[in-house]
Design a protein. Structure first.
Length: 329
């Protein structure tokens, strides 16, 4: 029974953290700044206590490590502590490009990711959709990944709950439309250069292309003012740059996972890519640049806390190893 306690606590902690990150209505509980600092200090003292026990020869079970990491992941979502975030030049370029678009501009939003990548990319998408609605941009949504359009619907739903967006009252079909998923990878982008309707004859709700008010006059990329791609891999940003940018001259901004982002910097340096937001940090920077309050900053703090705990246990593990080696000698 005792062996089940720590794993149970760990599972509960991780479940709460995941719910706090993913669900549409996160928990409203939040610590004050003072309480947040006290909690962080308690976590630090607990780690020091583990180190002291290790020095005294006590072995620390791996379940203890799991619990500490779980707590480190969960606590930041209830804290009011804030990291000092500065908007990087590559993220600022996305914001600047969007700021230059006049009201009524048509923006193509390509959602090329799935739920496993949502913790990094969904905050960017949420902030982007809220920004677009607040600035009267017309958004055409599509996806080269099967679950991309569903992630887009989630971003739209969250944006529509914001008071400023509610005041704008964006209407489906007039202010935004979801064309859904189309298989074919980069071939889809190539075909869209000729005519969008060849790849998307109907929207996600089975409405004919010609019956959607927003799509009247939208034949191909020449009628699109900006493309924003949220990508977790292939097909994704690289294909959008190589085809939409190089062949059809469209401006493309990208939000990528932290793993994929480094591969995109050569395109950014060559000015083929307008701007780039990479990983959780990029999401938090985009939220800051667009003045959107989202989940990326809290998630980034959770990432910092968990990394700090992992580093602490690496140090503790090395201390335990050398002390045990000395005792044997």
């Amino acid at each position: 029974m005792k062996k089940m306690i720590l794993p149970g606590i760990f599972g509960l902690v991780v479940l709460i953290a995941l719910i706090q990150t993913i669900v549409d209505e996160p928990f409203k509980l939040a610590f004050s700044s003072t309480v947040s600092i006290i909690v962080a200090v308690i976590l630090l003292l607990a780690l020091v206590g583990v180190l002291v026990l290790t020095v005294r020869g006590h072995m620390i079970e791996r379940r203890t490590v799991f619990v500490f990491i779980g707590v480190a992941l969960m606590l930041p979502f209830f804290m009011t502590l804030a990291l000092e975030i500065k908007v990087s030049p590559e993220v600022q370029k996305i914001y600047d490009a969007l700021e230059k678009l006049p009201p009524g501009s048509k923006v193509l939003a390509a959602f090329d990711y799935d739920p496993p990548s949502a913790p990094e990319l969904q905050p960017m998408a949420d902030a982007f959709m809220a920004y677009a609605f607040k600035h009267d941009l017309k958004v055409i949504i599509m996806g080269l990944w099967p679950q991309g359009p569903q992630q887009a619907n989630m971003a739209v739903r969250r944006a529509l709950e914001e008071p400023e967006v509610i005041a704008k009252n964006p209407v489906y079909g007039t202010d935004y439309v979801n064309l859904g998923f189309q298989s074919g990878n980069e071939f889809v982008i190539q075909s869209m250069g000729g005519a969008f309707r060849t790849m998307f004859p109907r929207d996600i709700y089975n409405t004919p292309y010609s019956d959607v008010p927003l799509l009247k006059g939208v034949e191909n990329f020449s009628n699109i003012d900006f493309v924003m791609n949220f990508s977790a891999g292939y097909p994704g940003t690289k294909e959008w740059v190589q085809i939409a940018v190089d062949r059809f001259g469209v401006q493309v901004g990208a939000g990528n996972t932290a793993v994929q982002a480094p591969e995109m910097y050569p395109y950014l340096a060559a000015k083929q890519l307008t701007g780039l937001a990479g990983g959780m940090v990029g999401a938090a920077e985009f939220e800051l640049a667009s003045n959107e309050i989202g989940k990326a900053a809290s998630a980034l703090l959770a990432q910092v806390f968990s990394h700090a705990v992992v580093i602490a246990f690496i140090i503790i593990g090395n201390v335990a190893f050398f002390l045990s080696k000395r005792r044997r000698e």
